[in-house]
Design a protein around this ligand. Structure first.
Ligand SMILES: Cc1ncc(C[n+]2csc(CCOP(=O)(O)OP(=O)(O)O)c2C)c(N)n1
Ligand SMILES: [Mg+2]
Length: 315
């Protein structure tokens, strides 16, 4: 896939920047989380950055992204400012949800994030609702429901695809398939192949979820088809979860095999951009330096921000 990629250098660099921003945030969380400065459960997206970034590259601010419990990659890729997410993780009133949401409940309507849901599968229907709203208001817009393989076990997955297909709604069903539902492998929790089932309702697409270019190209096709027809589509992206389901410990399930070099979406993109002479090592270094500065500023902003006042708890 990578060799023949039809992608412009600026698009490639943009994917790189967005993925690295997410990665640096994860690394910061790994550094400080054990000090209890972030009193929120965190579901890290280490190793999974390419899925959100490859899809969101084709979305506009007014398009909607409906997220579940694993929010960081999607939220940042869609445009939630880093400092706003970081302040939320630090429990400060300047956070994107005013400190009341934490990692699983992010909110940024300006960038098409109307909340996220920790009810596994629940957010699939919320994305369909956003697509219905676009249709009823004759607004251009695409909604993306991003969910995991675990969510495919839930009835709402089927109900949402059924209604979206029946009503003809502009929604992308984005399956970020890390092949785990908490500690349970997909083979133990999901009988059918979700893409084969989705094919009864809508066109389906596939991408290697550890490869940003693969996701970018498949998402481009899927989203342009949705914009053209106003109808739903399904995109399946197998990927790998590097960490335990929740928290800052590395995955240690005996049946999971991660090669942090081969499976790293950022390293893959780096090699591609350099190999195709779409970027120089200096340019990639510059991107990293700029992101490190941005992160430092965001950490400072978050730590300087006030906790919400006690009065805010009064109804
Ligand atoms: C309705 C519901 N059932 C169970 C849970 C507990 N739970 C939280 S995350 C999770 C696993 C979800 O797996 P998946 O949808 O594949 O997402 P991933 O964590 O892999 O990104 C479960 C079972 C929940 N939050 N909501
Ligand atoms: Mg999963």
């Amino acid at each position: 896939m990578m060799e023949n990629a039809q992608i412009k250098p600026a698009e490639g660099l943009d994917l790189y920047e967005r993925m690295l921003r997410i990665r640096l945030l994860s690394e910061h969380i790994l550094e400080v989380y054990r000090d209890d400065v972030m009193e929120t459960p965190v579901h890290l997206t280490l190793g999974q950055e390419a899925v959100a970034v490859g899809v969101c590259a084709h979305l506009r601010d007014e398009d909607v992204l409906s997220l579940g419990h694993r929010t960081h990659a999607g939220a940042l890729a869609k445009g939630l400012p880093l400092k706003s997410l970081l302040a939320e993780l630090y429990g400060r009133s300047t956070g994107c949800s005013g400190s009341y949401g934490g990692s699983m409940h992010v909110y940024d309507p300006e960038h098409g994030i109307h909340g996220s849901s920790a009810i596994v599968g629940g957010n699939i229907a919320l994305g369909v609702g956003a697509a219905l709203s676009f249709k009823l208001q004759s607004k251009e817009g695409v909604a993306v429901s991003m969910f995991g393989d675990g969510a495919c076990d839930a009835g709402v997955f089927w109900e949402s695809m059924n209604y979206a297909a029946l009503a003809g709604l502009p929604v992308l069903f984005l399956l970020e398939d890390n092949q785990l539902s908490n500690v349970m492998p997909k083979s133990k929790h999901l009988y059918p192949d979700p893409r084969a089932i989705a094919a009864n309702f809508m066109p389906t697409y596939f991408a290697d979820g550890t490869d940003a270019i693969s996701v970018f190209l498949s998402a481009k096709e899927a989203i342009s088809e949705i914009r053209r027809t106003g109808r739903p589509a399904f995109l399946h992206c197998p990927t790998k979860r590097w960490m335990k389901h929740q928290g800052v410990e590395e995955e240690d399930l005996p049946f999971i095999h991660i090669d942090r070099e081969k499976d790293c979406p950022i390293q893959k993109l780096e090699s591609f951009l350099l190999g195709a002479r779409m970027a120089t090592p200096g340019e990639l270094k510059q991107v990293r330096a700029h992101l490190e500065e941005e992160l430092e500023a965001a950490i400072h902003y978050a730590r300087q921000s006030p906790y919400p006042p006690v009065q805010a708890l009064e109804v």
